[in-house]
Write a protein that binds this ligand. Structure first.
Ligand SMILES: Nc1ncnc2c1ncn2[C@@H]1O[C@H](COP(=O)(O)OP(=O)(O)O)[C@@H](O)[C@H]1O
Ligand SMILES: [Mg+2]
Length: 258
């Protein structure tokens, strides 16, 4: 028996097409996937394969044409506002200071603002934003802006969180620091995470499980549960399992070297 409650997110046979200039363009085809409670699940695939569309469907901004979404065991339940979501663009409001941007999340959730503010001040150091709470987004580095947007997302305390290429626009060095940092944050909040990336190393470092998507229309062409140390710092690139997982990923994505 496979109790659906062990899987806060289950998608069954989901398809989605968009009408573009009168033609129907298929974005996702027959996608089924699941995420366990407190699992870090990564969706990886080429640009345009429907990853953002998938997250938009899970959080309730879009409806699928076909298929079922089961959240916490509930079929086709209302989803808007029940899932934490950080869209691909960080969407910090340029005219609001960092702290006010962060408090937008809890504000929209209808949380007690004085309490949310106390929590935010308490969390600023973990997010590397201490001393920057009164700055405007434009004066922050790219990494800091992403951490502010992530903090806004985490402060909503949803137990399912969708992150759409949160480090996609950052330089390689910052990305490496940010992925290690994200694990510290996750250790504190422990949600079920669905994480979108097109970075193979990032996926291997962060994930418990990886789904690889084909080019558009996005279909799942590989599901890979990683039997690697839970402590990500021990996921040495030299470990034979790690190398084998990387090869399978690169092969599935058509990026094989040599
Ligand atoms: N609102 C929309 N209207 C029409 N086409 C869309 C819309 N949103 C996405 N698409 C198309 O669907 C496909 C998947 O897009 P997207 O989910 O953004 O891919 P990814 O995030 O994997 O890069 C692309 O071909 C994109 O152009
Ligand atoms: Mg996208």
């Amino acid at each position: 028996m496979n109790a659906t409650n062990d899987y806060p997110v289950i998608l069954e046979h989901m398809s989605k097409a968009f009408r573009v200039d009168g033609r129907l363009v298929s974005a996702l085809e027959d996608v089924s996937l699941q995420a366990r409670a407190q699992e870090f699940v990564t969706l990886i695939g080429p640009s345009g394969c429907g990853k953002s569309t998938l997250l938009n469907i899970i959080c309730g901004l879009l409806e699928p044409d076909e298929g079922t979404i089961i959240l916490h065991g509930e079929r086709n339940a209302p989803r808007l506002g029940r899932v934490g979501y950080m869209p691909q663009r960080d969407l910090l409001l340029p005219w609001k200071r960092v702290l006010d941007n962060i408090l937008l999340g809890p504000q929209i959730m209808g949380r007690d603002l004085a309490e949310a503010r106390r929590e935010a001040l308490d969390l600023l150091p973990l997010f590397g934003l201490e001393g920057f709470e009164n700055h405007y987004p434009a004066t922050l580095s790219g990494g800091m802006r992403q951490r502010a947007a992530l903090m806004r997302t985490f402060m909503c305390h949803h137990d399912i969180v969708l992150l759409d290429e949160p480090f996609g626009a950052l330089d390689a060095l910052t990305r490496r620091t940010m992925r290690r940092w994200l694990l510290d944050v996750w250790a504190r909040f422990r949600q079920t995470i669905l994480f979108v990336t097109h970075d193979v190393e990032e996926a291997l470092f962060l994930s418990d499980r990886i789904y690889v998507f084909s080019p558009r229309p996005g279909r799942i062409i590989l599901e890979m549960a990683l039997d690697l140390p839970a402590d990500r710092r021990e996921r040495q690139a030299a470990a034979p399992e790690f190398v084998a997982y990387r090869q399978r990923l690169l092969q599935a994505l058509g990026l094989e070297e040599g």
